[in-house]
Design a protein around this ligand. Structure first.
Ligand code: KG4
Ligand code: ZN
Length: 342
């Protein structure tokens, strides 16, 4: 059984095929960094247009590589279903993926499967690791989300804590921009932090004195911005600030994860989303999990940021469970939550 996955929720255009026996047999992602860099952030209208161009290129690549005969449809036996990201995300971007997925499903006579992008992030580790099983405490950290989730079993998720303002990915990108690192800046900021001197700056760990599991990063963002504006602007100063900033953010996330472990019966920590590729965060969460005799679970770095492999994989799970519609259905949910039913 083979499932084609399509991901276009934000600014990465990605297509993948997951095969029940062989695993991931195709995966290709085109980013839009060049399109959005001049604006220092994602421009939704440009993102949707760029998806349209890039997705058609990627779909053509798949059709050629797997000799998919558009006329024979399901009888060609190559694909069983098409999974696409239904949300959350930018409405225009989601609509491009949904429309192309549904057009293909209609012409091939195979079902469409709606996939929650957040569940994709959450289960992406399973692309390489099927031995770790539920339950998990999930730290979902991406460009749009900063959440703590109690994942009891497949499809049973409850949100324990959320950000009250900015997401972690968002502040990494914002501070990176102020440091002149360009967009997207999370990874570049983390690389710069490696050259910083410890103890030159110390930034607050917001909300860590409160006994709840919510986050708030807007105060830290302003604080670091003021420090950058009053600093000398030398390369070393920038690296020192990047180091102190990364440490403050990572410590905040780790402190809240520990609180969540104490408040629940959970012991295993799963971290996912674009920011989960951050090496310091991985190192500190691994250490925390060990001290609670739990397991630390994280995807390969290439599956941390947005990708269609995770969408094809969740599509495969939903197909096996019969969680799809026989009729072609264009349906997008820009504000979908991890625990929403689709
Ligand atoms: O999950 P993702 O690809 O997109 C969303 O669904 O939002 O996450 C993208 C975010 C960006 O904000 C990017 O700067 C951040 O992940 N990111 C990182 C690192 N790699 C990517 N942040 C910190 N450290 C990294 N190594
Ligand atoms: Zn994402």
């Amino acid at each position: 059984m083979k499932i084609l996955g399509i991901e276009t929720s934000c600014d990465d255009t990605s297509v993948a095929i997951y095969d029940e026996k062989l695993g991931l047999v195709f995966h290709s992602t085109l980013n839009q960094n060049k399109v959005h860099a001049p604006f220092h952030g994602i421009v939704p209208e440009l993102a949707a247009r760029s998806h349209l161009e890039k997705l058609i290129l990627l779909v053509k690549k798949v059709v050629l590589k797997f000799s998919i005969d558009m006329k024979l449809g399901v009888h060609s036996g190559v694909l069983n279903a098409i999974a696409y990201t239904t949300g959350p995300g930018l409405v225009g971007s989601l609509l491009v993926g949904a429309t192309i997925a549904c057009s293909l499903s209609f012409s091939l006579g195979i079902p469409c499967i709606l996939v929650n992008h957040l569940e994709g992030h959450l289960l992406s580790f399973m692309l390489n690791n099927t031995k770790d099983t539920f339950p998990f405490l999930v730290l979902l950290v991406s460009g749009a989300h900063t959440q703590l989730i109690d994942a009891q079993r497949l499809g049973k998720y409850s949100i324990l804590g959320d950000t009250l303002d900015d997401s972690v990915g968002n502040i990494f990108d914002y501070i990176a921009r102020l440091l002149g690192l360009g967009y997207p800046g999370g990874k570049k900021l983390s690389n710069l932090a490696k050259h910083g001197w410890s103890g030159k700056y110390f930034f607050p760990r917001p909300m860590t004195k409160y006994p709840n599991l919510n986050f708030s990063f807007s105060g830290l963002k302003t604080h670091v911005k003021n420090v950058i504006l009053s600093s000398s602007g030398s390369c070393q100063e920038k690296a020192n600030i990047a180091k102190a900033f990364e440490e403050a953010v990572v410590d905040t996330l780790v402190i809240k994860c520990e609180l969540a472990l104490r408040k629940t019966n959970l012991r295993n920590i799963l971290v996912c989303g674009g920011v989960s590729s951050n090496s310091l965060l991985r190192k500190k969460l691994k250490f925390l999990t060990r001290s609670y005799n739990g397991r630390f679970i994280v995807s390969k770095k290439k599956f941390c940021t947005d990708n269609a492999a995770m969408i094809a994989y969740v599509g495969f799970l939903r197909y096996k469970l019969g969680l799809y519609f026989e009729d072609t259905l264009i349906s997008v949910h820009p504000n979908l939550l991890i625990n929403d039913m689709i």
